[in-house]
Design a protein around this ligand. Structure first.
Ligand SMILES: C[S@@+](CC[C@H](N)C(=O)[O-])C[C@H]1O[C@@H](n2cnc3c(N)ncnc32)[C@H](O)[C@@H]1O
Length: 202
């Protein structure tokens, strides 16, 4: 359990980084514990396989994954901001923390073999991308999921940030988590029935 003071320290560090890179951070403060629990509850971590976290920041969702009992050796966390990645490596030495670009998994993780995950927990800001670019990005992520695996997204938007792509993924959401600042939902992208029944190449 983190102390109040280290939590305040993280808020200050997060805010200071947001001032320098507002578009990359997307939020002024880390997500609330209740919000992180909601995200982790909805992620398909019960499927046997590794778990991918994109945009972990200072590790609030990583912590919630560990609290749920996901073993650290299953988790890969990709963070773009070097100072955050360094903090994560110190905080979670058994988690595979990768400093890199979570938009390009093939470049960041390599392609031989292509890694497939039980769940992807996504927190990278995408407001600067067009709807078509967002759908193309999430379609690529679905090539990195094991059968039945889902992608959960942190977002403050009132409607789905990424519209469903027929044959690839559907979209639902959690209720609003009011304790988060600002209040937010977890958006859940699940494999479309057609994809799940094997019409897409493995
Ligand atoms: C909204 S914050 C979320 C942090 C944390 N998951 C939380 O819920 O509090 C977005 C995070 O995504 C990271 N980020 C931005 N662009 C990225 C990219 N292309 N690849 C990986 N991480 C990125 C930022 O540095 C930041 O840590």
């Amino acid at each position: 359990m983190k102390s109040e003071s280290s939590n305040a320290g993280d808020v200050a560090r997060f805010f200071a980084t947001w001032i320098r890179h507002p578009l990359k951070l997307g939020a002024v403060a880390p997500s609330s514990p209740a919000y992180c629990r909601e995200m982790v509850e909805r992620a398909t971590t019960d499927i046997d396989g590794p778990v991918l976290e994109l945009g972990p920041g200072l590790g609030v969702v990583t912590r919630a994954l560990l609290d749920k009992g996901v073993s650290p050796g299953r988790i890969t966390s990709i963070e773009y901001e070097k100072s955050f990645a360094d903090v994560l490596k110190g905080r979670f030495p058994e988690v595979n923390v990768v400093e890199g670009d979570g938009f390009d998994l093939d470049r960041t993780l390599g392609t031989t073999p292509r890694r497939r995950f039980a769940a992807i927990l996504f927190a990278i800001p995408i407001l600067n991308l067009s709807q078509e670019q967002r759908q193309a990005l999430f379609t690529r992520y679905f090539d990195h999921l094991l059968p039945g695996g889902n992608l959960t997204q942190l977002s403050y938007l009132p409607t789905a940030p990424v519209k469903p792509v027929p044959g690839v993924f559907t979209v639902t959401s959690s209720p609003i988590v009011w304790s988060n600042i600002p209040p937010a939902r977890v958006w859940v992208y699940a494999q479309d029935q057609a994809a799940a029944s094997g019409s897409r190449a493995p």
